[in-house]
Write a protein that binds this ligand. Sequence first.
Ligand code: SAM
Ligand code: SF4
Length: 519
Amino acid sequence: MTRDEGWRARVILTNMSGVPQQNTEKTFYLETFGCQMNVHDSEKVVGTLVQEGYRQVESVEQADLILYNTCSIRDKAEQKVFHRLADYKKLQAQGKKFGVLGCVAQQEGEKIFERAPHVSLVCGSASYRNLPQMLTQLEGKPHAGDSVPVDSGFLASLGMTSVGNDVGVTNRGSELETRDSQLVRITGLDDRQTDKCFETEFTARTNPHRGYITIIEGCDKFCAYCVVPYTRGKERSRTSQSVLAEARQMADLGYTEIQLLGQNVNSYRDPDGKKTFAELLAAVGEVPGIRRVRFTTSHPRDFGRDIVEAIDAVPTLCDHVHLPVQSGSTRMLDAMQRLYTREQYLERIAWMKAATRKISITTDVIVGFPGETEADFAETLSLLDEVGYDAVFSFKYSARPNTPALKLDDAIPEEEKSRRLDVLMARQRDIQVARYKNYIGTRCEVMVEGHNQARGQWIGRTSQNKTLNFTAPQTASPKIGSYASVLVTRSFPNSLVGELEDAATSCAENAREMGHAVV
Ligand code: SAM
Ligand code: SF4
């Protein structure tokens, strides 16, 4: 399906465990590493596999096909994937097939076959739309270790040509390879140039009340430390028409919260030129039935005042903005190729602080980037004080393949990175202790997300994205996915505690039992 054909959805059978049930023998297991983008990619991959007649299972032992959707943003994440592959290598003898999807797949490409020869499928996120064809190949052709004659008609149908004993590939998007006629490996390694988005007819959303919609894929910003532009391809947006069609479908199915996703969600450019990002936000917020709209991650360079104006004007837009700063030092921001200064970043913070609604602000910080001095680090700490974030996701700099930062001198020793991280987290903890105290005595609307039996508390999430655990009288049993008003009585550095005041805001349409809609 092309981007312009728009997005269509159907509901297929679901069950209580989140595993779509189909009467089929083909089974798969999928494990996901990394960010929300990866989680949502996996929801779409599951939808695609179910559509192809597969049934999701909950353990590697039960599966015919074992897939890992990988993350390579930091070294540790990447290592986990190879450990998993090594752990389960012995299962190949039972005829199980292995696939590596996502960022590690794109980054390492065919090298994965050398490091883990039992892998049959390597597919980067920019090639997910070709998954159905790749699955056909995987099923129709024996996998690694089997001898296969390559059928030229079959290859032609995939846009490939056969040259002698080798397979000459005419389409990097979906490759079938033979090596000395002994091996069939399937790769989907679309390069940065693809301008196609992964729009699926089916998405196996794992939560029936709130769900993600990807509006923009890839990244063109090339920060000096980051692999994303190399692993996820160039920046490409979906049409606003297609995004809104998906939002309406979700609302029809009972979803009340939508989170718009993109590596840089606010770099969104409608290919049809109909809506700016702020206008799209407002339009999703105005879809009947939608009560909350979130968006992540925003990039400071593309963060305009119109986004703040939209939050002020449309009550369904959540009063929370995640705006990664990375460093409080303009010198480091320059070295990181972020292309904004501390002052420009603070200007955007000032717009949010001037809003009528109280906007909660969160950020990402990297400590120990090459060349970061004590003075640079002190500037990051002072920025935390100045902004007063509600949460900070802090990371030690991790050197990544292909990135320009690899060439920089003055690497910071690991122990020093750890020390700075500890200092930063302690400072932010103090800031949060003070900030969260301010909520005591206020009323917040929460979406009810669960129940903690042991603590006798319900788990709620506020529009500002804070966890607000609350107690309720025995007679009141808030439904998961409903909305309730809670009086805040206590605070912790990362969460609030309160008492249910009014469960009357519960939506009737949310009363359905926890299940897993496959949209
Ligand atoms: N596009 C977003 C932005 O520019 O702010 C960030 C997306 S990135 C997937 C998520 C976060 O991972 C970044 O904000 C950064 O803090 C962190 N990160 C990325 N590359 C890193 C690296 N090489 N080492 C440590 N942290 C890294
Ligand atoms: Fe990575 Fe920078 Fe792109 Fe964010 S903007 S995904 S940090 S390259």
